[in-house]
Write a protein of this length. Sequence first.
Length: 529
Amino acid sequence: MNPNLNCKVYALGQFEKHLDLAVRGLPRTYLSLQQRLDYSLAKKVYANTLTALDRLDLEPNYFSSGIGGAAILSTALHPEMIEFWRALSYRNVYRDKRGYCAPGYLCQLIEAHQTNGEIRRSPDYQLCLFQSAMALAMAWIQHQSSETRYLALPPIPDVPRLIAEVCGKLEKRNSPDGFRSPGLIQPHWKIVPPPTVHHTIDPDTIRALAIQGAKVLKEDIAEATLNESVNWVLDRDHDMALAHPAALAGAAVCIARHQDSRRLWSEVFGDVGCWRPCKKRVPEANVAGLILGSINEANQPKNKEVARRLFKRMLAANELWIKDPTAWRTSLPRPKRNTAPLKPLWDGISVAFTPKIEFKSPYADARNGGSNKKRNASNGKRKKNPDAPGNRQKTGRAAEEWFMEHYHEVFPEFANGELLDHRLEFTGYDYLLVVSPELEIYIDVKGVLDDSLGPIIVDDCQWQRALSAGSNYYLVVVSGLESGKPVARTYGNPGGRARPVRQERQVTVISWTLDEEELKRLQEGSEEE
């Protein structure tokens, strides 16, 4: 029976994406062949796991599809994982000077881009979260200790193998609309590194922000003292994600006012903050931890007001630390209202408060590699003369049609397989030969009019597919089409065995623009006629 689920995470309409990852380890569109998952069947298969997770009243902001998919898969493997996901949902997490607990490390990964809608909506990013969550979940199971701390992400586990383990544990068989074998998932499985955040430090800009920002306090700070503080801040070995210009300027002003606060800012720029659980669904943090949270929040795309607010928060946090260096709170105190407006002081300074965020996904690289070339019947199916597009088109189609009729003869060892036509999907191959649920063969067909072997041209999309599919990729060259006696030659694993010559061409695009005046002139001419 389908479980009766009530928590917000499962009622938001994105539940299917959780199941895609829990059943196959990849977003739906990343797989070839039958991509659609039988969601009603998946819910029945994972019914006990879903019911257990539903009782946690999962927090939607922390359980997007990537995290939710990992929660389902890992809990099905190890029911005791429910405590890991409870800690994340209620944010019962720890961080001390040794590092994060496993749920805490995952929590900070989620929060790093939690309000960045563009990144959060990316399937590649959700896959990144899924892989990271599985790494931490499996490490948590292995260590079985709440005292274990992490300063780096553990190795990503072999998720296709774990899915096979769940499939066996639940006594389910592989099927086109359900679980897939590791052999079918593995060619599509790539590790996605998390996005990186990077600020550019310009000493003159930081100095100008600090000098002008100090004026909000309506108190005199010696210029020499302020310059010394700016130099101290700039000399720190910064994590570039923490080098927000407003934070650096705020730290300099705080140190100029209270030299003792260098201890606080050494912890901040050393990324040493502390968290601990409290009764609310928000952990308590020491002052350094609260400042780090504020910087992370300001790093996510917003307007300049966020940077001004961050600067004033730095001042308020420093005051709190001066009064009580051991203070723990769930949030920073509000900045004082009796300060001068910061906006007119900073408006004349040219500064980029928004950091550069880089997210390099291997899936995006593969997509971009083939997306800039409009593929048609002639693309990649060329004979000796590259200047004869009509011949290329005719030859390519003839070779493909011949292969569809004779593929049993070309691949007698796979004669019982089903041939699927993928020519219009632009996925780097022409046909998929499904031999069994565990074996799929990718085939790209090239045609040559005469009896020669080539040369042939393979576009980048096809070559990237050959590299990723390895021994499951075959290049078929059909020659002798002009004589009426075609001969097919097969080349297995060209990506691993061939040494092609890379060629790069730039295409000139010519367009013609009719501006508003020209259109009016044309209209007037039509009326006169």
